[in-house]
Ligand binder design. Structure first.
Ligand SMILES: CC(C)(COP(=O)(O)OP(=O)(O)OC[C@H]1O[C@@H](n2cnc3c(N)ncnc32)[C@H](O)[C@@H]1OP(=O)(O)O)[C@@H](O)C(=O)NCCC(=O)NCCS
Length: 176
């Protein structure tokens, strides 16, 4: 999909990426800073999530460098069902990169790629939660038009430190 100056490639995720994606997710989770979990969910849970994302054509890209998955960015949307109608246009964004691959333009390239893909699946509102201490991510989201809609104060207390959670969202026209 996209080449980057770093030699990494941004491309849609495939079923065969399960192990690489799981490992990357686990590495970023174990930093205990940026994500809501401190290790990756089970392989079965991740496989089920990945299968659903691919089957439903939801936006999901990875950054691949020398045959290893070093980052991901996805937008999950609940299926607009008869039981819970009215939310099919809302997507929830998650992303991360291995530490050694940050600050080289890959986050921006992945985010641009998934936002471009939202048009094809009618996602109009993309929302996310980010720790207030995560200045790099907040700056990236703002750069793409995400706005803070609220703050969950002292929402996390981990390793003796509190952090607020910002709720951010980006709307694409038509805005109603
Ligand atoms: C957030 C993250 C995905 C950004 O990706 P990245 O590849 O490092 O960012 P890029 O190099 O593409 O930079 C794009 C923009 O992000 C912002 N940014 C990235 N790193 C930054 C930093 N260290 N300080 C301030 N702004 C930063 C800037 O706005 C930058 O634009 P600029 O180059 O014009 O200043 C990456 O830092 C990461 O994976 N962090 C850990 C996991 C995480 O936080 N996930 C998000 C959870 S909500």
């Amino acid at each position: 999909m996209t080449g980057a100056a770093t030699g990494a490639v941004i491309r849609p995720i495939r079923e065969a990426d399960l192990a690489g994606y799981l490992a990357c997710l686990d590495r970023v989770a174990r930093e205990r800073i940026y994500l809501a979990f401190a290790e990756a969910p089970s392989p079965e849970q991740v496989q089920s999530f990945l299968g659903q994302m691919i089957r439903r054509g939801l936006p999901f890209v990875v950054a691949e460098h020398e045959a290893a998955i070093v980052g991901w960015c996805d937008i999950f949307a609940a299926a607009d069902s008869g039981q819970r109608p009215g939310f099919g246009h809302v997507g929830r964004l998650g992303m991360g990169l291995d530490e050694g691959h940050r600050r080289q333009g890959l986050g921006e390239a992945m985010l641009r790629a998934v936002l471009d893909l939202t048009a094809g699946c009618n996602i109009e509102r993309v929302e996310l939660e980010v720790y207030a201490s995560n200045e790099p991510a907040i700056a990236l989201y703002r750069k793409f038009g995400f706005e803070t809609e609220g703050t969950r104060r002292r929402a996390r207390k981990l390793d003796g430190r509190y952090d607020d959670i910002l709720m951010m969202a980006r709307l694409r026209p038509p805005q109603m």
